[in-house]
Design a protein around this ligand. Structure first.
Ligand code: FAD
Length: 466
């Protein structure tokens, strides 16, 4: 595992003696920082103790799209070697692991014990520290909420060098500000997580091909609650009556252990096999190929399919079947625009899809999910609809297009996701995150000198009071 996480981390970090050029998954705005890769907490403390003019930030597997795990001219601490199992409590279904452990490894270790990661994103190559710092959501947000909801306690290295345990009982302010706090309250060392007990590693999946946006939203609103997991792919190039057509995938764990025999009853994931080559022909992400892909993807699904058994990784992590999918967009990389639009403002979601379709933005990977209620402070989810769209950075008029989308989002009372952002206007942060001053007060209490800093925190002035 150590080898795997190092390889995965290094694919976005080119080391040069003590410094490294680091970027996020979108590969759009790399910056150089001193990179520490501690294997022990003592080593980590040693790095953090030194005088730091530009501060420090922890980094997981660099799966955030923009710059939250970068710190130009400062220190970045790669946490992936701190990935030990500290404790497993089968009676209470909890595990305590190093913050550098990734979801892939958790699934390998704990699925055979009948414990699943309670919230998993679209890739299993994210660390526990990264999952808490972004307070990530999965296909089950409408039922289960975020990853942070399942974190019982976090051991955290503070700016003053002290290690504290934050939980809902001890330092609850710090606990809440760390969940979604983008690494700016301290370095997480380990966390105790309540896992989801499962009887099998099979998910029974229902698939529906849906002809337009209204039918899709209606279907999701009406009977999503009957499914633990729900996610839809949307064809943003569809027009007219087909605007917002998509494929809806919903599933539940197969709970009957007798239905699956032998070792495949509780099977962890295997590693991805295919890889995108380092240089990709630029035409691959043009309008014609995006259109062709979307048409084929839509048509390849049956109109309706019920209870298709799928292994966990096939259902949750289709993108991990191929490594380095971020290279598809060529040298200039790509941005992801992920917003959430509150329930009741579906017409604004439609406006966004109309713009993407009218402007013929070449997108393949577009995901729509329903969200339940949120956690406040800097945690992204609020009750509504989250739409995530990958767009090649080389696309003409990208900045203007995204500003138009942001205006719709902010006017609807929605927000963008910091873990995906690489370019938003900092003036929108306070409107999108109305509790940011409460979060700033907590961050100031534990880190008065703003020792924790990142390219993201500077770009969006996250620590600066209005
Ligand atoms: C293909 C793909 C699909 C995705 N799908 C989803 C999804 O469905 N839902 C979702 O919510 N997100 C999704 N994401 C985003 C991803 O889950 C988050 O960006 C996550 O934070 C990445 O974790 P990481 O370990 O790579 O952290 P990094 O990207 O390295 O860092 C992210 C943040 O975490 C902080 N951090 C990391 N480790 C620590 C630590 N030990 N202590 C303190 N702070 C720390 C960093 O400072 C930074 O602010 C997806 C990303 C990709 C590439």
């Amino acid at each position: 595992m150590k080898i795997l996480s190092r390889l995965t981390a290094s694919s976005h970090a080119t080391a040069d003696s003590n410094t490294a050029l680091l970027s996020g998954w979108g590969r759009t705005s790399p910056s150089r920082a001193r990179l520490a890769q501690p294997s022990t907490i003592e080593e980590l403390q040693e790095h953090a103790r030194r005088p730091l003019r530009r501060g420090l930030i922890a980094r997981g597997l660099g799966r955030s799209y923009g710059d939250p795990a970068q710190n130009a001219g400062g220190l970045v601490i790669d946490m992936t070697r701190l990935d030990d199992v500290h404790d497993i409590d089968l009676q209470h279904s909890t595990v305590t692991v190093g913050a550098g452990m990734c979801v892939h490894r958790m699934m390998q270790l704990f699925v055979p014990l009948g414990l699943f990661v309670p919230v998993t994103p679209g890739t299993r190559y994210v660390t526990v520290g990264g999952a808490i710092a972004s307070d990530i959501h999965g296909k089950n947000h409408h039922v289960d909420g975020t990853f942070g909801n399942y974190v019982e306690a976090i051991d955290l290295l503070l700016a003053n060098g002290e290690v504290v345990t934050a939980s809902r009982e001890q330092h609850p302010d710090l606990f809440n500000a760390t969940r979604g706090g983008m690494g700016l309250t301290g370095v997480m060392l380990s966390a105790r997580i309540r896992m989801l007990p499962i009887e099998t590693s099979t998910v029974l999946v229902d698939t529906d091909r849906v002809a337009d946006l209204e039918t899709l939203l209606d279907l999701m609103s009406r009977d999503d609650d009957g499914y633990r997991y729900s996610v839809s792919w949307v064809d943003t190039l569809a027009t007219g009556n087909s605007l917002g057509r998509g494929v809806l995938y919903r599933g539940n764990h197969l709970d009957d252990p007798s239905a699956v025999a032998g070792p495949s009853r509780l099977k962890g994931p295997s590693a991805s096999r295919l890889s995108i080559p380092p240089v990709v022909p630029s035409g691959l992400v043009g309008l014609a190929s995006a259109r062709a892909f979307n048409e084929v993807w839509y048509r390849k699904h049956p109109e309706s399919e019920r209870e298709l058994p799928q292994q966990l990784s096939a259902f949750f992590h289709q993108l991990d079947m191929v490594e380095n999918t971020n290279r598809v967009y060529g040298r200039r990389g790509f941005v992801q625009h992920q917003c959430v639009i509150p329930t009741g403002r579906e017409s604004d979601l439609r406006k966004i899809l109309e713009i993407l379709s009218d402007e013929r933005v070449p997108t393949y990977l577009v995901v729509l999910k329903r969200m339940g209620s949120g956690n406040g402070l800097l945690s992204f989810p609020i009750a509504g609809w989250t739409l995530a769209v990958d767009i090649p950075a080389a696309w003409d008029d990208l900045a203007e297009l995204l500003d138009r989308l942001d205006e719709i989002v902010v006017n609807a009372g929605g927000r963008l996701y910091f873990a995906k952002d690489s370019r938003m206007n900092p003036d929108l942060v306070e409107a999108m995150y109305p509790e940011i001053n409460q979060w700033r007060a907590i961050a100031d209490k534990y880190d008065p000198q703003q020792r924790f800093a990142s390219d993201l925190s500077r770009r969006l002035a996250l620590r600066d009071h209005a």
